[in-house]
Structure formats: C-alpha cells, structure tokens
Write a protein that binds this ligand. Sequence first.
Ligand code: NAD
Length: 289
Amino acid sequence: MKIAFIGLGNMGGGMAANLVKAGHDVRAFDLSQDALNAAKSAGCAVFGSIEDAVSGVEAVVSMLPNGAIVKGVYSDSVIETAPEGSVLLDCSTIDVATAREVITAATEASYDMVDAPVSGGIAAANGGTLTFMVGGSDSAFARAKPILEAMGKAVIHAGDAGAGQTAKICNNMLLAITMIGTAEAIKMAEKLGLDPQKFYEISSQSSGYNWSLNAYTPLPGVGVESPADNNYAGGFATPLMVKDLRLAMEAAETADAAVPLGARAAALYEDFLGAGNEDLDFSAIIKTY
Ligand code: NAD
C-alpha cells in the first residue's frame, strides 16, 4: 500500500520503518532534515512537502507533537490534497476536542479518519510492539486496523472519534497516580524500617499489586529491572507525562469530571519537571520522597 508518513521523530521514525518492513511503499515528510535522512536509510521515499508526500497515496499516518500542529497539517495540507477516500490515521497524543474537530472536517471531505494514540515508548515504536487505542467509525477502524497492526501488538477500537485520545489520557492519569502512590508506599515502608525489596515481594502479590510497582518498580535494585536501574534514563520522559496530565486536566474540566487525585498528581509532576528533571523518566518522582 502507498502510505504517506508525516512526523518521523523519536516515535514516528521507528513506526515508518516498520511499515516499510511490512512491505508498504512509505512516503515520508518531516520538517527536520535529520529525521528525513534517517527515514531514507530505513527505506522510505522522502519528500520536500506534505503535498508531495500525500500524492497518490491510499493512507496517511501522522505522529506529531501536539494538537495545534496536527490541526494545521491536516487542514492546510492533507484534507482536500490527499486522494479522495484515502484513510487518515493520526497517532499523535493530542487533546480530545482537536481530535474530534479534525476527524469531523476529514469526514465531511469524504475521508475515513481515526485518532489512534499509542501506549509504549520509543523501544515499542522501534520494535513494532505499540498498543493503539483507536477512535472513529466502524468503517474507518476496519481500514486503519491492518496498517496499525504492522506497527503494534494490539489495536483496540475504543469508540467514536476522540475515544482513542480519551482512553490515552485517562490511562496516563491513572499511571501518574499509581506511580506516585507506589513511590510513597515504598519510601514510607523504608522509613519505618522495612526492607523495600521485602515490601515489593509482599505488596506485588497482595492488594497493592499495580503496574507501577510490579512492572516498573521505581527504586533501583528493588523489584523488576526498570529505568530506575539505569539512573532513570530511557523509559517515559517526565515532560511527556506532564504533557499528558495537562491534556487530562483540560479534558476533565470540559467534561466536568471530578479528578482530585489526578489534579494532585498533575501538580506534583509539574513541580518535579519545574525542578529541572526534564531528562529523567517519570518514575524518578520517587526521588522527591
Ligand atoms: P518528536 O519531537 O521526537 O517527533 C515529532 C516530529 O514531528 C519531529 O521530527 C518534528 O520535526 C516533526 N514535526 C513537527 N511539526 C511538523 C510539521 N508541521 N510537519 C511535519 N513534521 C513536523 O516527538 P515523539 O517523541 O516522536 O512524539 C510524537 C507524538 O507521540 C507526541 O504526540 C507524543 O506525545 C506521542 N508519544 C510519545 C511517546 C514517547 O515515548 N516519545 C510515547 C507515546 C506517545
């Protein structure tokens, strides 16, 4: 299939390479020449504009930094430029309202479009093991699914337009809360004289079981191997967690949803980022206890 790929950064670069490996003819565009050079090495054809990249394609995939950029790219250069009837997949993490707005404009112009944000970081993007949570009509989902399957291990239809973004921000708000809760419990156990490894052994098999403790233990040398064992390098960077929490807080306000713990987690992560921890994995918040 002829697929245009827009935004070949940390995530998009590996995703586009996996589409090439699956036998697709990938036409890449990015504002960064370095990103385009890497895409070329991975087997993509590179273009000097989005308009050229989308010429003659059957599908367009984007992986961009934020909602304003996604809206600009689709309204200025994709909608009414990509061949009529092609399927459009935005995999960026953006606000729910913009995702719905862009999908509505695309649908009115007779495209099928989904929002398909991902769970999994750069390693999963490179390894083709992302989880996609997808919002859009049944027909748009059916067309997007085989393309997403070439880049991920799970593709889940969450609901109508924007449902993918909703799932993503609610999931990541929960992740922030469980990470902070896990950090507090481990450090309190330690201060009360309990060996943190013993606490891990007990709680990971008790009702304290949760992903942040069991699969991503935030203290070096305790529990499973995680970014904590690598000086909190790699993993899910703190600025990305803060981005997702800001989106979650914005969406909670729009929906009039009560999120006292989410709001507290968002404030703690804002402070942690503001203290100069932009290069650290989000689990490093345990250092503040
Ligand atoms: P990145 O900054 O590495 O890549 C974004 C790319 O988009 C860059 O190469 C940039 O040059 C390009 N770009 C920006 N504006 C453009 C435009 N107008 N036209 C064409 N290209 C443009 O970011 P990333 O880490 O790859 O993240 C991309 C998206 O994935 C974000 O929405 C992020 O929230 C989400 N995400 C990232 C991770 C992660 O671990 N990095 C995990 C899950 C989701």
